[in-house]
Design a protein around this ligand. Sequence first.
Ligand SMILES: *Cc1c(COP(=O)(O)O)cnc(C)c1O
Length: 456
Amino acid sequence: MHKADIALVEMTMDIMKYAIDRLSSTKHKIGKPKSEEELKALVGETITEKGIGGEVAFNLWKKHLMKANVPIDHPRHLAFVPASPTRAAIMFDLVTSASSIHGAYWMEGAGGIFCENEAMKWIVSLTGLPKGAFGVFTSGGTAANLSAMVTAREHWRENATFNNEKGLIITSIGAHSSIKAMAKVIDVDVLLIDTEDKLKGIDLQNTINTLSPQQRKRLFAVVATGGTTNAGIIDDLDGIAEVCNSEHLWFHVDAAYGGGALAADSVRHLFNGIEKADSITIDPHKWLFSPYDCGSVIYKNPELAKKAHAQEGSYLDIFKDEGAHGFNPSDYQIQLTRRVRGLPLWFSLAMHGTKRYKQAVERGLKLAKVAGKLIEENPHVELVREPSLSCVLYRRIGWKPDDYTHWTYENHKKGFALVAPTKWKTGNTFETVSRFCFINPDTTKKDIQLILDSMR
Ligand SMILES: *Cc1c(COP(=O)(O)O)cnc(C)c1O
C-alpha cells in the first residue's frame, strides 16, 4: 500500500474506535463551553495552506474541542429538551453518511427514501390521521412548522375570496418560539391567546368572535401544541379541531417535543383530536431517540403540500421521468438537497421493534412522576404544577432568580448536571422556577435526588 493509503486506513480505524468508545461509554462528562479566544489559544491555526494532518486535527478535537460541547444524551442533562439517540440509530447515522445518498428524489435515493417512508408510516399510524395522510423528515421542528405554515397559507390563497390580504394565524403564548419566528419568514401576523395553560376550543372560539371582519378575513390557520416545550401541556386538540372545522381554518398541531408520547398508551388519550389535524410536526430527534437532525411534518392531504413546495427547474425535470417514479421528499417541505435523515430512525426501529420505543417513552413519563414524588418528599422544594408529559416545574423555596442561575452554572461547571431554570406565569407575574425534561431512559431516581440535594 502507498503511504497515503496506510494513513487513511489508520485514520479510519482511529475514527471508528472513537465512535465505538463514545457509544459504549456511559460515563462521559457534561462538557462546558469555553470562549472563542480560549479555544483558539488551545488549538491554534487549524486551516492552513498545507493542512495540519488528520492525526493532529483529530487529536485537537479529542483533547480540547469535544470537551467544549455538552453531550446532550447525558443522563443528568435535563435542561431544554434533551436527547437520547439509540446506539443503533447513531451507528446507522454513520452508515447514512458513508453511503452518500441524495435524499431529495426517488431517482437517486430510492433505497434510502423507501426506508424513511417505512419509518414514517409508523409515525403516521401513531397520529390516527385518515388514509392518505403522509409526511417527510425535515431538519427539525422549525422547518416542519414552516413547511406546514407555507402549505396552509398557499391553500388559503387559492380561495376565491382571497384578495391579497396579509395572513393571520392564532396560537397561544404556550406555543414554541419557532411559530412566531416562522410567521416572520412567511410575513403573516400572529395573534397570541394569553394562556400558557391548556388552550381550549372555547377560548379559541371566543377569540375568533372578537376579530373585526377584516381580521377574520385574514385568519387562515390555528396552531395548537401537542406538548408545550416549557411545561408539557397538551392543548384541547379535539375542541380546537371542532372550531377549526366550523370556521374553515387550517389546523396545525406542533408536537415537535410531545409527539413521541403518541406511542405511549398511558397518555395517548390526551392527544385525542390530533387525528383531525391538517398538519402535524413531530421531532424524532427529541422523543423518538434519533440523532440530530431529524424532524418531521405530516399532512392529512400531502397533495396540498406538493402544490406549495414542489420546485420547478429545467435541470430537475429528469427526476420526474419514467423510472424515477416514486416519492420525492423535496416536494413536501422547504428543502431541496437533503440527507436521508430518517434512515437512522428506520434502522433503529427495524432492529428494536416499536414496542421498545413505547417502553422507552413510558420511562420518560415515569421519571417525571418519580421526580414529582421526590419533590413532594423533600421539604426544600415544591411542585409549581403537576408533572405534564415528561416536564416537571418546581421551585426551591426561598430562592430568587439569581440563585437559580448561579446553581445552574455551578452544576454545569462541575460537570455534574445541566438543569436550567425557566419562567412560569401565574396570574400576571412570571416566576423563575426550575425545570426537568426527561427523555433519556438511563436517567435514574438517584440522579434526580442528587440534583435536588444540590439545591440545599
Ligand atoms: C423543539 C420544538 C420546536 C423546534 O424544533 P427544532 O427541531 O428545534 O427546530 C418546535 N416546536 C416545539 C413544540 C418544540 O418543542
